[in-house]
Ligand binder design. Structure first.
Ligand SMILES: Nc1ncnc2c1ncn2[C@@H]1O[C@H](COP(=O)(O)OP(=O)(O)OP(=O)(O)O)[C@@H](O)[C@H]1O
Length: 299
């Protein structure tokens, strides 16, 4: 469905040049695909290229047969694309229905009766039927994200791209939003970019990890978790110095008997009483980043 080959993107030139993407290869099939990476990894740059609104410096992107290097193909492709950018400007004094209707007009839906029917349909899909007549400024963060998804869905896209959609949502809103994306992925490609490991583990069958513009991993969340097998340890200590020696502290817990650290690294043999623990996806991610020579932005 989405074929990305040898994609690179450099901003600026000379001494100021920033290489945001370097030689990215990815194949993305139908269903939900997660792109995980720390801040500045290049996720937004990749999403914008895949949405046809930024041009790569080199490489090729073909989506559903459309080669995005071709202007005509890019225009045709946009009819089957839904995009929710990291920050979607909304008009706070419009109601949710008015805003989605306005976005539908911009997408070329000019037959009023059909458009209004579709607007109500997408507001219903995202669970906003009852709030459709309320002004956006009265909405919670989660409701605003759902308005964002509603506008992205109005043209019934086969490809839905969402960039960091759960940032700033409370846990309940995040779960609702994730479930909504999973439902939407039943019959389309949903591409989710995030720096939140949990968002991917709970929703995506396939994923990639991007760091400093390079793909470090593609596969399933389960396989990534498996990579940390035998590399995760818990140590309980009364010492006030944090374990170090090449180990990453993933979490710590104050207990009556001391501080319990969860560590990821090649070996915790030097810590008396260290026991291996069952890895989770976050451990897999931390181990991957360590193996590639980066410290995951966890501590
Ligand atoms: N318009 C631009 N001009 C110059 N540099 C840019 C521009 N946009 C992004 N960059 C740089 O490119 C790199 C990748 O940025 P990008 O926004 O794609 O990363 P990201 O993974 O989406 O990060 P975040 O999660 O913080 O949004 C960063 O070093 C960033 O500073």
């Amino acid at each position: 469905m989405i074929e990305i080959s040898n994609l690179s993107k450099t901003y600026g030139s000379g001494a100021q040049a920033v290489k945001a993407l370097s030689g990215v290869h990815l194949t993305i099939e139908e269903g939900m695909f997660g792109l995980l990476g720390p801040n500045g990894a290049g996720k937004t740059t990749l999403m914008r290229i895949l949405a046809g609104i930024a041009q790569p410096s080199a490489g090729k992107v073909v989506i559903a047969g459309y080669n995005l290097a071709d202007e005509k193909a890019r225009t045709d492709y946009k009819a089957m694309l839904g995009y929710l950018p990291q920050e979607l400007g909304m008009y706070p004094d419009l109601t949710a229905r008015q805003f989605v209707d306005y976005m539908a007009i911009l997408k070329g839906m000019h037959i009023p009766a059909q458009r209004q029917h579709r607007v109500d349909e997408v507001l219903d899909m995202v669970g906003l039927s009852e709030a459709a007549g309320r002004k956006i400024k009265s909405f919670s963060g989660g409701m605003k994200r759902r308005v964002g998804i509603a506008q992205a869905l109005v043209n019934d896209p086969r490809v839905l791209i969402v960039d960091e959609p759960t940032a700033g949502l409370d846990p309940e809103e995040r779960i609702r939003f994730r479930n909504l994306l999973v439902d939407l992925a039943a019959n389309r490609v949903v591409l989710l970019s995030t720096h939140i490991v949990e968002d991917i583990g709970q929703t995506c069958q396939k994923m990639a990890v991007l760091s400093r513009g390079r793909i470090l991993y593609t596969g399933s969340p389960r396989e990534l978790t498996g990579m940390a097998e035998g590399r995760v340890w818990t140590v309980t200590t009364q010492s006030t110095t944090k374990p170090n020696n090449g180990l990453t502290v993933v979490s710590m817990l104050h207990l009556a008997e001391g501080v319990q650290y969860r560590l990821v690294g090649a070996s915790a043999a030097e810590y008396e009483g260290a026991v291996t623990a069952k890895p989770g996806l976050e451990d897999g991610y931390v181990w991957l980043m360590k193996s590639a020579g980066y410290e995951a932005a966890i501590q």
